[in-house]
Write a protein that binds this ligand. Sequence first.
Ligand code: SF4
Length: 125
Amino acid sequence: MKKIVIVKCNMISNQNLCPGDAKCFIALMRKEGEFEKYKNEDVYIIGIMDCGGCEGNANRVVCSLALLKIQLAALKENPDVVHVGTCIMKFCKRKDDLIAAIKEKAGVEVVEGTHPYAPPTIFGS
Ligand code: SF4
């Protein structure tokens, strides 16, 4: 069994451009996109948190993960994997900093991406 935490884009989330986080939930249910690797496993999302926003630095996401860890520990849970949302992978100019910070501090596997349903870019490839 795998327990997953997802990190998503604060801006996309706050502007309700990904209502209900539905794409990640559906992709996990169907085991599509970066969740395909769990095809033969039970897998659960145990937390979704955002990056902390464009202001400031990547330390925010580390602080948010630390707070989530405390909350999950109180519930006697711990994630096995952190997935960096497709919203961040496709649209964030700071994704390299965010991913580096998450990888440095997560202490568990970090997977780049979640669902495969992002639209193609409008300008360019
Ligand atoms: S830093 Fe990146 S992931 Fe976070 S809100 Fe800004 S664009 Fe979104």
